[in-house]
Design a protein around this ligand. Structure first.
Ligand code: GLN
Length: 248
């Protein structure tokens, strides 16, 4: 039986807007195909995880105060995390975690939170507390040559600059900075995004992309995932796309 091992980082501290739902969505769609899913959790100050033995690592978003605590802890694992990314482990990073993998995050009060500096982008929050990128967002993503629309929700003060390759192009909403055309950061085995908890449940194609990637890497052969009945998901997506794209 095929198996996927997922490591969920700081599930109690980085879980804004139900970010943990992304791990549940991966498990749900993998298990529907008879793939066994093992989920391990790492909590602040816990025993050091062996990042390289996982297929997928997930880390969610958090408020600035939690981000500062997590950053100090995460920095201990900088080299192991970098090694796992270089080896091809898939990393899904949402909002605060997206920011932490860059050079730094400068908070609303000007406080500096160091990043892992694995990627070259950096983030600075807008000093005006009332000014945040909040609301529904739709981006167009290119998954190995196949274009798909990703629907979600964003809520961040941070403005991320110097992104080498974005996750998608903004059709509705803000993205990496106010009025940006680009959202998130992507590499073959990394998706870093401001799109919160709803990401993988609302966008099954992204979920399947990650599952397929993880299986192909692990078993070293081309994988064709069995089609699932996504009639409800497609209906919901159609409604949301109509609602958000036609409101402009
Ligand atoms: N504190 C960060 C910001 O406001 C991240 C918030 C989040 O994860 N939603 O940009």
């Amino acid at each position: 039986m095929e198996e996927i091992k997922i490591l969920h980082l700081y599930p109690d501290m980085l879980n804004l807007y139900g970010d943990r739902g992304n791990v549940q969505a991966l498990k749900y769609r993998a298990e529907k195909r008879g793939i066994n899913v093992i989920i391990d959790y790492y909590y602040l100050g816990g025993e050091a995880p062996d990042f390289s033995q996982y297929d997928i690592v997930f880390s969610g978003g958090g408020a600035d105060s939690e981000q500062a605590l997590v950053a100090n802890d995460m920095l201990k694992y900088k080299e192991q995390i970098k090694k796992a990314i270089d080896e091809g482990v898939f990393f899904l990073l949402v909002c605060g975690s997206y920011q932490l993998f860059g050079k730094y995050y400068k908070g609303v009060e000007g406080d500096m939170i160091p990043g892992l500096e694995i990627f070259d982008y950096y983030t600075e929050a807008i000093p005006d507390r009332k000014k945040r990128c909040i609301g529904d967002i739709i981006i167009e993503v290119d998954l190995d040559g196949i274009k798909t629309k990703v629907i979600g929700y964003e809520n961040h003060a941070g403005q991320t600059q110097n992104v080498e390759k974005p996750f998608g192009i903004v059709l509705c909403g803000q993205g990496n900075t106010f009025g940006a055309q680009q959202e998130g950061f992507m590499r073959k085995n990394v998706i870093a995004t401001y799109i919160h908890g709803t990401l993988l449940s609302k966008n099954p194609e992204i979920t399947d992309y990650i599952i397929q990637y993880a299986l192909e890497r692990k078993y070293g052969e081309k994988v064709e995932l069995e089609k699932l009945d996504d009639a409800f998901e497609e209906k919901a997506r159609e409604q949301l796309l109509n609602r958000y794209l036609n409101k402009r």
